[in-house]
Every structure is written in C-alpha cells, then in structure tokens.
Design a protein around this ligand. Structure first.
Ligand code: SF4
Length: 242
C-alpha cells in the first residue's frame, strides 16, 4: 500500500480585475505524486474554476511552470515529497514577470515573440516541399532559424530573474540564451538587439535563471558568453573600419 499524506494545497486565485488571493484545498496524496497531480485533483474533484496550463506531463512542453513554495518549478516533475511534508502546506502561484491570464495561467506571448526576434523561434517554419524529406537534406536557405537546443520555453528563468522584475522590456535569460546559440557573427541586427540596456547589460549575473532551469540550458553562462561575443564583434568592426 502506498504512503499517504494529508496536505493543504494553497492555490493563488486571480480572475480578471481581481486582487490575487489564496484558496485552500485539503487533500490526501501519495507524496510521490507530482505537484501538478495535486492541482489537477482540485480541478477534477473540488473546483472546476481553477485555471492552469499543462499538456505533456513529462517535462517536454514547458506548459506547467509555477512557483511552488516560492520557487520556480516544472510541476509535472516536482514531487510533493520534495516540496513539503505530511500535514504541511503546498503553495502554488503563477510565474512572475508575465501577465496573469487567470489563476495559475500566464501569458507567455512576450517570450515567444522575443525568441522569434533573436532567430530562436520555438516553432520552425518547414517549407511544405521539405516536410517528407530528412532534415539533413533541407535547403540551407530555409535553415535561417536555430532553435535553442534543450530549451522547452517554460519561462521559469524569466520568473526567477531579478533583472526581469525591474524592466518589462528586458529580453530575459531564455531569449539571450537563444541569441547566444545563434551567434552574433555577421548578424548586425542581432548585435544591435542584444548590445543594449535591455539586452546583455541588464543582466546582473545573479544566476537565479540557471538555478531553476529544468533543462540544464544554463542561460546565465550563455549570457556571459554572449557578452564576450558582443565585445569581439564590436572590436572586429572597429578594426575592419580602420
Ligand atoms: S532556459 Fe531553461 S528555464 Fe528558461 S525557458 Fe528555457 S528551459 Fe525554461
């Protein structure tokens, strides 16, 4: 028989125009269940109005990011045992630095748009004629976008980033990591975008982003590398002009 815990799930609630508040739900759980299972149980058996995002349930889609007991987590792979204890409280809130749509669901549009702006779009445009062929044979002219390997666009890094909290225009860790993967060489538009107040220079090297990333993208290290790329590009341009 599996172990059972009694916990209180505190869910942040906020519908349009409302001030955020918490609703509490008492439930029996297997501590080896995931935080997302507890949230789903509320929706399935206690309160159909709770709104949250989820899809794959195996850390691939990046949809179920939330703050759990004040830390950014991908809730489909975060066990209840790791976040509280028998008789304890599990507090779930929406990610920070994104507009809240409803309860735990946030609008990730700014992340997707900015990834596209730096050429690291999450959905690759594959020409219809190429779809049936192996990717290795696609026309290089169509390979203008490089998706950042391993990033699942979950937004945890942006929620955890203290610099993102100070400027809504900041490109943010995942986006700068995408730019780093694409590289600045011979890309003046990208250089201009990242060599800016809301680009690499907004980062204060807190490394909070890398600490919460569930995919080991290590965006902070990539931002440091992108700064080096900015210096190199600027110097090489000066030299070239001289
Ligand atoms: S860099 Fe990591 S934390 Fe940030 S969006 Fe990508 S996978 Fe999520």
């Amino acid at each position: 028989m599996s172990e059972k815990w009694n916990i209180t799930l505190k869910v942040s609630r906020q519908k349009e125009g409302e001030t955020p508040h918490f609703d509490e739900y008492k439930m029996e759980v297997d501590p080896d269940e995931y935080v997302l299972d507890a949230v789903e149980r509320v929706w399935a058996f206690m309160d159909r109005t709770v709104c949250f995002r989820h899809a794959c349930h195996h850390s691939t889609c990046g949809a179920c990011g939330m703050r759990v007991n004040n830390v950014e987590k991908l809730t489909c792979i975060t066990s209840i045992r790791d976040m509280c204890q028998d008789g304890g409280t599990l507090k779930v809130e929406p990610l920070r630095n994104f507009p809240v749509i409803s309860d735990l669901a946030v609008d990730m549009g700014s992340l997707y748009n900015r990834l596209e702006a730096v050429g690291a779009r999450s959905v690759l445009p594959v020409p219809e004629a190429e779809i049936e062929k192996p990717a290795s044979t696609w026309d290089p002219a169509d390979q203008q976008y490089i998706r950042l390997a391993d990033c699942i666009e979950c937004g945890l890094c942006i929620s955890a980033c203290p610099s993102a909290a100070t400027s809504s225009g900041y490109l943010g860790p995942a986006v700068l990591a995408g730019a780093q993967a694409n590289g600045l060489k011979r890309n003046p538009e990208l250089l201009q975008l990242v060599d800016a107040e809301d680009g690499v220079w907004r980062c204060h090297s807190a490394f909070e982003c890398s600490a919460v990333c569930p995919s080991l993208v290590d965006p902070a290290r990539r931002i440091m590398n992108l700064r080096t790329q900015v210096f190199t590009e600027r110097f090489s341009r000066l030299f070239h002009k001289a």
